[in-house]
Design a protein around this ligand. Structure first.
Ligand code: NAG
Ligand code: NAG
Ligand code: NAG
Ligand code: NAG
Ligand code: NAG
Ligand code: NAG
Length: 472
């Protein structure tokens, strides 16, 4: 069975190889002739080590760049030829070979094109004015040079627009960005970016999340296909999905301690996450939240939980869109939906598939760490709700930055709902100062002792309204 198969592949491969080869050689010739228009042979081999690594403007920067590019092209072609020689022919089909060579040629042509655009000194000086990274040669290559994996070098390189014109956004190039902490996690990011273009990615979302949590955020994009559950069955219809545990087959479970939703919902299993341990128990734990008052200590008759109707009544009919920055399965958004309020739930997958769960319930998950500025424009949201996320662990300066960012996205008259923020009693005053700093109008404000932990911790809840701040 296999032998004829191989010979068929061989035949197709042979047919494919010749034109590709000719094309490759053509590309090389085009490249060399392009270069010889601008540069003497000598300048091709000026390496950028001529330029000091300190911030001295390198006069010949634009000349050494093509030299490096030509070197890169030559190395690439040699590498590709070697690899082609060693390639086990039966392991890949003709299609993958064709797409591989298409990608290879596109790559080479792209390099040649970038030579043409960076080659003209006048154009170069124009770009210099646009972006500090583009102008100075060492700086522009620094991020790319730092990494050894080709895919990440390609990603961080600034991509000049084709034809050397501005694009519709008014920029002369595209400036793909990665979090600066990626540089401190070189090994991990290189492992993450080490993949085959066009293939299925490794099952490494956990590595990606680790990178993000540690500040490599945003992550670079990748050119491989993310793994999906083996058998994805369509989600339940919207009238069922809100309050029903989803189909187990719609989640990849390999990186979690629990291997199904029943395990996550039961209160007897060790699940590998502690925040919101009951969040997957929709029937008992989640159902009454924000709808029914649960008073744990009837003697004191105090609770830090406000109900959705009483909060919405503060601004009747005015609250339409908002963000829930919490650890959870989207129950807040599910309840708000019943009040015709659209809530986006921001969370990461800490020990459980929170994002998949929210999406399978029919709500919008936003995969976002605390490290990033919120992806909303100024003065846009009606409501910001947070629970079980910002707690007594958070640094005061960070809390300050976060609160100003939240203030930024809230519209004047919008509500900030701090839901059961907990911290040590002795820290309370400092945290309250941070919230008071906003100078919001207080609609609700309550501090409740937390009953377990020897009376050392307290809950704080508040509903605050952003004041208008007219121009002065
Ligand atoms: C982008 O390049 C064009 C010429 O192609 C130039 O006129 C323009 O000033 C550049 N943009 C900026 C922001 O410098
Ligand atoms: C769910 O997972 C638990 C252990 O993780 C296992 O004991 C149980 O049988 C599983 N249930 C189903 C329905 O697969
Ligand atoms: C949810 O919690 C209740 C009470 O803690 C428990 O009786 C029930 O079995 C849990 N639900 C699931 C699906 O495990
Ligand atoms: C599970 O929930 C039930 C009912 O709330 C409670 O009695 C039981 O102690 C819980 N079990 C664990 C292990 O938390
Ligand atoms: C608890 O306090 C609320 C008002 O804060 C009151 O309406 C309610 O009747 C009280 N419940 C009990 C059991 O004292
Ligand atoms: C939500 O909107 C629907 C349709 O517009 C309306 O019938 C319903 O009464 C609204 N619900 C609330 C709680 O306002």
């Amino acid at each position: 069975m296999t032998k004829p198969n191989i010979s068929v592949k061989l035949g197709r491969w042979g047919g494919v190889r010749r034109p590709i080869f000719i094309l490759g050689i053509l590309a090389l010739l085009v490249c060399i002739s392009t270069l010889s228009k601008f540069y003497s042979i000598r300048s091709l081999f000026i390496s950028d080590t001529f330029c000091s690594h300190v911030n001295i403007e390198c006069q010949r920067g634009f000349q050494s760049e093509p030299g490096i590019a030509v070197e890169t092209i030559v190395i690439k072609i040699q590498k590709e030829m070697n690899e082609m020689r060693d390639m086990p022919i039966d392991s890949s089909s003709a299609e993958t070979i064709v797409s591989r060579y298409n990608a290879f040629l596109a790559d080479i042509l792209g390099l040649i094109e970038s030579l043409q655009t960076t080659g003209n000194p006048q154009e170069n000086s124009e770009i210099r004015a646009v972006h500090p990274l583009v102008g100075r040669k060492q700086q522009s290559d620094e991020p790319a040079k730092f990494f050894m994996i080709e895919e990440i070098r390609k990603y961080v390189r600034i991509k000049p627009n084709r034809l050397g014109k501005q694009n519709f956004m008014g920029a002369n190039g595209t400036f793909t960005s990665i979090g600066h902490a990626c540089f401190a996690m070189k090994k991990d990011i290189e492992e993450y970016m080490d993949y085959d273009v066009g293939e299925i990615c490794k099952d490494d979302w956990k590595l990606a999340q680790k990178l993000m949590v540690h500040g490599c955020d945003p992550l670079p994009r990748r050119r491989c296909f993310a793994r999906a559950p083996q058998l994805y069955s369509k989600p339940f219809p919207i009238d069922e999905s809100m309050w029903k545990l989803p189909d187990n087959r719609n989640v990849r479970w390999s990186q979690y301690r629990c291997k199904n939703f029943t395990c996550l919902a039961s209160n007897t299993t060790r699940k590998g996450f502690f925040k919101c341990a009951d969040c997957f128990n929709l029937s008992d734990h989640e159902l009454p939240r924000w709808i029914k008052q649960v008073i744990s200590d009837p003697e004191m008759n105090l609770t830090a939980d406000f109900l959705i109707p009483e909060v919405l009544n503060i601004k009747l009919g005015e609250i339409r869109i908002g963000l829930d920055f919490s650890v959870g399965t989207g129950t807040f958004a599910a309840r708000m939906r019943e009040f015709n309020v659209t809530i986006v739930s921001a969370t990461i997958n800490l020990g459980a598939p929170f994002n998949e769960m929210i999406a399978l319930r029919g709500l919008v998950p936003l995969y976002l760490t605390i490290n990033q500025r919120l992806p909303f424009f100024d003065n846009t949201l009606d409501l910001l709700h947070t629970t079980r996320f910002l707690d007594g662990w958070i640094d005061f300066v960070l809390l300050d930055f976060i609160l100003y960012d939240w203030d930024r996205v809230l519209r004047p008259g919008g509500l900030l709902w701090i839901d059961s923020f907990f911290c040590l009693k002795e820290d309370l005053d400092d945290y309250l100062e941070a919230f008071k700093m906003l100078r919001y109008r207080r609609h609700k404000w309550i501090v409740v002792p937390k009953l377990d932990k020897d009376d050392r911790e307290v809950f704080f809840s508040a509903v605050l309204e952003k004041p208008p701040r007219p121009f002065r």
